[in-house]
Design a binder for this molecule. Structure first.
Ligand SMILES: Cc1cc2nc3c(=O)[nH]c(=O)nc-3n(C[C@H](O)[C@H](O)[C@H](O)COP(=O)(O)OP(=O)(O)OC[C@H]3O[C@@H](n4cnc5c(N)ncnc54)[C@H](O)[C@@H]3O)c2cc1C
Length: 444
């Protein structure tokens, strides 16, 4: 029996446990998690807060019992406190204070990420909230029942902050969305797309405070105001959504780390120590659009990296195909999806790119029902013409289209090859000259 220890049992740890135990009876898997629940879909948090789903029950897809029914030994509420990488032993402490030692042949680190909490004056006032765990959402939802909480300030206009702003507005709160950047979603979209989202947020009553830096929070016991370099915003609750950092305290002294502290892994999820793998939000990914390691914290990456690590533990070697950071967001009736690098980010990184834009109806104009315009930008390398990114926006669900671009980036397809790719036509779905082909043909 080969001993495998997995530290962290959320999306990455659960996927690794399942993959190993679904494929082998020769592996003894011991799993530790500090939390009391596993597999919480954070992506559903805003829907839950905004009362768009019945409750949180459907936001879990696994638990200790399910993993144990497959043969794992699972310790919940048992943080791993120390790892002896030389002697291959993990030390954890149960809720009742009992120390557990687990030896391993292979170790999988799946300790995820932690919300970035800036050191702010007033940061410890009541009603200043973080959002990551199920428990965080529970607290926020409970506080929203208090009618004296009228003004909610969300700090950070990345996809989580934007989703939460909508959720609080749907709750009838007066919402202010603050970001140091001049726009929402700057990491994923260029200005023509972020402008659509910003207008969408404003039209739905969310006050946008972009280009502002939070300096301090003020209040008496409870938070009352957010002071930025430009304005003062009333706040009965402040939600910090400024990003996540890899949770790598356990191994950062021993293992090689990336510039943001994530465990640096190769395409087999191997760290710098033999027999030690890192997966999910605590590890780097290989970014195909930049052709180098990067850090992109997404549940999709967590699950895929887990499958890769599990196969390498099983002795059925597998390499990651790399990632493009494909992502999507749906706010009110605006849907946006993107993959790879934006033109603005490429310029910041010194990449020589060009792009081709189009905005057209999804289907021929004679189709009157469910026929919305789609806005598309394809970013490509000027010299090699290899596709490096794409962004799409519509009121219609065109999300599946982005997968084509994700695969194109992964497989280093040129814009010219895409222009001649066999894309079918049927008026129920698209136009004879569909927007992907027309945009690709329009590349300079
Ligand atoms: C509000 C929100 C919305 C999101 N929406 C999306 C989305 O729409 N799409 C998407 O792809 N991603 C989304 N994400 C990101 C996604 O949730 C993360 O990428 C994903 O949770 C990463 O999974 P993970 O298992 O690597 O890490 P985590 O989810 O961070 O889990 C790590 C686990 O390790 C445990 N742990 C940590 N340290 C120890 C220790 N010392 N001992 C034992 N256990 C330990 C923790 O208790 C935790 O259970 C969202 C995140 C949030 C917060």
């Amino acid at each position: 029996m080969k001993k495998v220890v997995i530290v962290g049992a959320n999306h990455a740890g659960t996927a690794a446990t399942n993959t190993i135990l679904d494929n082998s009876k020769e592996h003894q898997v011991t799993v530790f998690d500090a939390n009391s629940n596993i597999s919480f879909l954070g992506c559903g948090m805003a829907l839950w807060i905004g009362n768009q789903i019945d409750g949180p029950e459907g936001l879990f897809y696994s638990n200790k019992e399910t993993l144990e029914s497959k043969g794992a030994k699972v310790y919940m509420e048992t943080p791993v406190e120390r790892i002896d990488f030389q002697n291959k032993v993990v030390y954890a402490k149960t809720k009742s204070g009992e120390m557990i030692q687990a030896e391993y042949d292979d170790l999988i680190l799946a300790t995820g990420s932690l919300p970035i909490v800036p050191k702010l004056e007033g940061g410890d006032l009541e009603n200043v909230q973080k959002v990551k765990l199920y428990q965080h959402a529970e607290v926020v939802i409970d506080k929203l029942k208090d009618p004296s909480i009228k003004d909610v300030v969300v700090v950070g206009a990345g996809y989580i902050g934007v989703e939460l702003a909508e959720a609080f507005q749907r709750h009838g709160k007066a919402v202010t969305l603050i970001d140091i950047a001049q726009t929402s979603l700057p990491a994923y979209y260029d200005a023509p797309f972020t402008a659509l989202m910003n207008e969408n947020l404003s039209q739905n009553g969310i006050k946008l405070a972009f280009g502002e830096t939070v300096q301090k929070l003020e209040g008496h016991g409870k938070v009352e105001r957010v002071i930025t370099d430009k304005a003062t915003h009333n706040a009965d609750m402040v939600v910090l959504a400024i990003g996540f950092r890899p949770n790598t305290e356990l191994g950062s002294n021993f293992l090689t780390t990336f510039k943001n502290g994530a465990y640096l892994v190769d395409k087999r999820q191997r760290t710098s120590a033999q027999g030690v793998y890192a997966i999910g939000d605590c590890a780097t990914v290989y970014d195909n659009s930049l052709d180098r390691p990067s850090y992109i914290a997404l549940a999709t990456n967590a699950v895929r990296s887990a499958i890769v690590a599990a196969h390498n533990v099983l002795g059925t070697p597998l390499e990651s195909a790399g990632v493009q950071g494909s992502n999507g967001i749906a706010i009110y009736d605006l849907k946006m999806v993107s993959t790879g690098v934006t033109a603005e980010r490429a310029a910041l990184l010194g990449l020589d790119v060009d792009y081709t834009d189009i905005e057209d109806y999804q289907k021929p104009e004679f189709i009157k029902e469910h026929n919305e315009k789609v806005k598309l930008r394809i970013v490509y390398d000027k010299k090699t013409r290899v596709i490096l990114g794409a962004q799409m926006a519509s009121k219609h669900d065109m999300s599946m289209g982005i997968h084509l671009f994700s695969l194109a980036i992964q497989e280093k397809v040129t814009i010219d090859k895409l222009a001649l790719t066999d894309l079918f036509f049927l008026p129920h779905f698209n136009k004879p000259y569909n927007y992907v082909t027309v945009a690709a043909l329009g590349a300079k």
